[in-house]
Design a protein around this ligand. Structure first.
Ligand code: CP3
Length: 348
């Protein structure tokens, strides 16, 4: 640069993620592009199905930007889904309206053989095109987050062929045939490294690894199926992008999160709603910046309880690097006025 000075970081999201304590925490919300927004529902209707939306760069970029335009969040998250990775691996994927994802289950060696190949770059190409489009359209002060699902969470869907209340089918498989389950996890790890590296090359500022079902594993299984594969992804991504900033979100892992942070090497940790705040501050935020953890139900309910919770969360985490978010995705019937109240309260 002409004056020899490094450009100061303008994105509050990146400053917090890099370890800076800010007077006002940056804020974004998981699933911030979604059905609670009329403008999302309009684009979604135009796209046809949810997957068509994920694979239409123009429309996916548009819905990624909608919550930034309406609310001015400090970060945008790429609009896609964690299950595009199994689809790229060759597994059939579709969404049942009002229910959720369905996949042709991979529960034996024969089914694994069908997806025993590298991820098909053609499948993921439209998502990477979305990254490039969002990158050029985002305000310069807005962070941009890419993501993938963690191997354990993605495997629970691949094995059961759908969401499951207790992850029973995936657990049954790793108990009955750990080598087969390991082979599935290894395929997800390899595909996720390539996918996140491509998102970073396309211009995302940071990536988040969603482990939505981390809380269903005991400590030993958690180490084997959450920590170890996540560490491989972190190392694989950093081998290609040494400066990559990575947020881990092992939802529900609670007291296992400090181990997860130390062993995976993530730069920041997402906190679920249920976590004990004093523990999270003393045992997790002392290691890395944290992100979370307002209850989506409290946001939906609004009222004085919302203000109280925002104040309590800011009190607990405001003295160290912190990114305000929910503890899980925003609910589709959340009133827009409550999101506006939330932003006002966080930025007050
Ligand atoms: O956060 C964002 O706004 C980015 C986009 C994003 C979506 N899904 C869009 C989506 C992200 C990061 C995800 C992650 C995801 N997808 C996870 C991990 C996080 C979590 O929620 O636990 C999981 C488990 C999935 C798989 C998935 N996708 C399920 C189980 C469902 C059905 C539930 C539902 O809310 O309908 C989806 C669908 C989905 N993914 C929607 C959106 C906006 C709703 C689709 C619609 O418009 O009907």
């Amino acid at each position: 640069m002409a004056d020899g000075l490094a450009k100061p970081e303008e994105k509050l999201f990146l400053r917090a993620l890099s370890g800076e304590t800010l007077p006002t925490p940056p804020i974004w919300l998981m699933r911030q592009a979604g059905r609670y927004l009329p403008e999302y529902r309009a684009v979604r209707a135009k796209a046809g199905s949810f997957l068509d939306l994920c694979y239409s760069p123009e429309l996916a970029a548009e819905v990624t930007l909608q919550p930034i335009r309406r609310f001015g969040f400090d970060a945008a998250i790429l609009f896609s889904d964690i299950l595009v990775v199994p689809q790229a691996l060759g597994q059939k994927l579709w969404f049942v309206e009002g229910e959720g994802p369905r996949l042709a289950p991979v529960a034996d060696a024969a089914r694994l053989a069908e997806i025993d190949r590298a991820a098909d770059p053609e499948v993921l190409a439209p998502v990477l095109e979305t990254v490039r489009r969002v990158k050029v359209a985002l305000p310069r002060e807005t962070g941009f987050i890419g993501f993938c699902g963690a191997p354990w969470t993605v495997a629970t869907y691949m094995v059961a062929g759908r969401g499951t209340p207790d992850q029973g089918p995936a657990k049954a498989l790793f108990q009955a045939d750990p080598a087969l389950f390991q082979a599935i996890v290894d395929r997800i790890v390899a595909a996720s490294i390539d996918y996140l590296a491509a998102q970073l090359a396309g211009g995302v500022d940071a990536v988040q690894i969603f482990d939505s079902w981390a809380g269903s594993l005991g400590a030993e299984d958690f180490e084997r199926w959450c920590i170890v594969p996540t560490r491989k992804i972190v190392e694989g991504v950093r081998a290609r992008h040494p400066q990559a900033r990575i947020i881990g979100f092992p939802r529900g892992a609670g007291r296992l999160i400090p181990d997860y942070v130390r062993q995976t090497g993530v730069d920041a940790a997402g906190l679920e709603t249920e976590i004990d705040r004093a523990f999270a501050r003393d045992a997790i935020q002392s290691l890395v910046p944290v992100q979370g953890h307002l209850d989506p139900l409290t946001l939906r309910a609004g009222g004085p309880e919302l203000e109280r919770e925002v104040a309590a969360i800011r009190d607990a985490f405001g003295a160290r690097p912190f990114i305000f978010n929910l503890g899980h995705g925003i609910l589709p019937d959340t009133p827009i006025a409550h999101v506006e109240r939330l932003l006002a309260a966080v930025r007050a």
